[in-house]
Design a protein around this ligand. Structure first.
Ligand code: 13P
Ligand code: 13P
Ligand code: MG
Ligand code: MG
Length: 373
């Protein structure tokens, strides 16, 4: 049996209404496009907030040009529908006019992995809106390196050796591997800065198998201008020497703070929700995460199981709402508003230019009211 590839590609090609959700006609169009292709073994089209997610299985390996092109053309077709309906930011994430070999670098986010399908193959696809790829650092660390989250690291002989983390520096375009638990403190100094360092993939040290992978595209860096946040996706394989499903969903019970709320320029709690609840509303948020579980069966996606629809996440949502209330009271002040160098757009250069003559050296002994007419 050849190895199966699980490919998740996402893009925001128009919001309904504003940046809150995806219009059902776009999801229909996406399904129609994927159905027409004979490249895929199976697929599931869904959304988180205003991002369309194409969850696809096939036998062509990662970075396969025709699969990437299929996703690109699907998003192009959805953009046409978005334009007809005058949806907000139609075509927002499609930075280039034409497809050129690989969808990475063209705007959409990609997470994909190729592996031998096991006797039973439970996988979870996480998808987030109003945040950035580094948002996965905290939960991935908890799932794969924290014994207080994942008891399997302590009591499962197949997990006891730990995991290998591939970390990307998104600013310098470099990558490095860390072994956990041996190098936990070295790992944490980097992934604790999620605006720059992202966990790309995680491998079992016991088998060498891939256990998790995420999308790490940063739109604003690629485009050189504000084009929305990078609303990332992540795939986690579970059970039998990998974290149990329950261990993989556990970190989301404690909503951590992520960047990307309102105009991509605010910090907020990552609220775990069902697909139906994944429409960021209050102040365009708070940021959302959806977790869909599938059993793979000979390449077919059996599911989804919408994990955060479960009442055991009610308290997490309540906590996220409390945190959101607290942060909103800070209005335009940091740390609710992001630091100057992390904001997606700002009026600072214009305001600075307008006032430049009114800035004088702190040591100049001028009149208190100098400069005021
Ligand atoms: P497996 O060892 O079969 O993955 O199951 C672990 C478990 O009991 C989940 O809680
Ligand atoms: P998206 O990145 O989800 O399009 O949101 C952009 C935004 O500015 C929301 O306030
Ligand atoms: Mg949007
Ligand atoms: Mg979005």
């Amino acid at each position: 049996m050849s190895k199966v590839t699980l490919t998740v590609i996402k893009a925001d090609v128009g919001g309904f209404v504003g940046h809150s959700s995806v219009h059902p006609k776009l999801l229909e169009k996406a399904k129609e496009c994927l159905l027409r292709s004979d490249l895929l073994e199976d697929f599931h089209v869904t959304h988180v907030g205003d991002d369309i997610n194409l969850i696809m299985t096939h036998y062509h390996g990662v970075d396969y040009e025709s699969v990437h092109q299929l996703a690109w053309e699907t998003f192009k077709n959805c953009t046409e529908v978005a334009k007809e309906l005058k949806l907000y930011g139609a075509g927002q994430d499609l930075l280039k006019d034409a497809f050129s070999g690989n969808i990475k670098g063209l705007g959409p986010g990609v997470a994909e992995m190729e592996f031998e399908e096991r006797k039973s193959e439970p996988v979870i696809v996480y998808m987030a809106d109003k945040t950035e790829p580094g948002a996965w650092n905290f939960p991935l660390y908890k799932i794969f390196a924290d014994p207080f989250n994942t008891i399997g690291l302590v009591i499962d002989p197949k997990m006891h050796d730990g995991f290998r983390f591939e970390v990307h520096d998104l600013i310098e375009s470099k990558r490095i591997f860390f072994d956990a638990p041996e190098e936990l403190y070295d790992l944490l100094i980097f992934i604790g800065a999620p605006g720059r360092f992202c966990i790309k993939s995680i491998f079992s040290k016991n088998t060498g198998d891939i256990a998790a992978t995420s999308s790490t595209q940063r739109l604003n860096i690629m485009a050189g201008r504000y084009v929305g946040k990078d609303d990332p996706v992540c795939i986690v394989r579970c059970q039998s020497g990998l974290p149990a499903v329950g261990e993989a969903v556990e970190p989301f019970a404690n909503p951590h703070l992520v960047s990307g709320w309102m105009r991509g320029s605010h910090t907020g709690p990552l609220m775990p929700v069902s697909v139906d609840q994944s429409n960021p509303t209050r102040f365009d948020g708070p940021p959302r995460v959806v977790g869909l579980g599938f059993q793979l069966a000979n390449g077919k996606l059996i599911g989804p199981q919408d994990f955060f629809a479960d009442p055991s996440y009610d308290k997490a949502r309540e906590m996220a709402n409390d945190i959101a209330n607290y942060l909103r009271r800070l209005g335009p002040f940091e740390p609710h508003r992001l630091h100057l160098d992390e904001m997606e757009y700002t009026t600072m250069p214009q305001v600075m230019a307008k006032l430049k003559d009114r800035f004088v050296d702190i040591n100049d002994q001028g009149e208190v009211a100098a400069g005021i007419d």
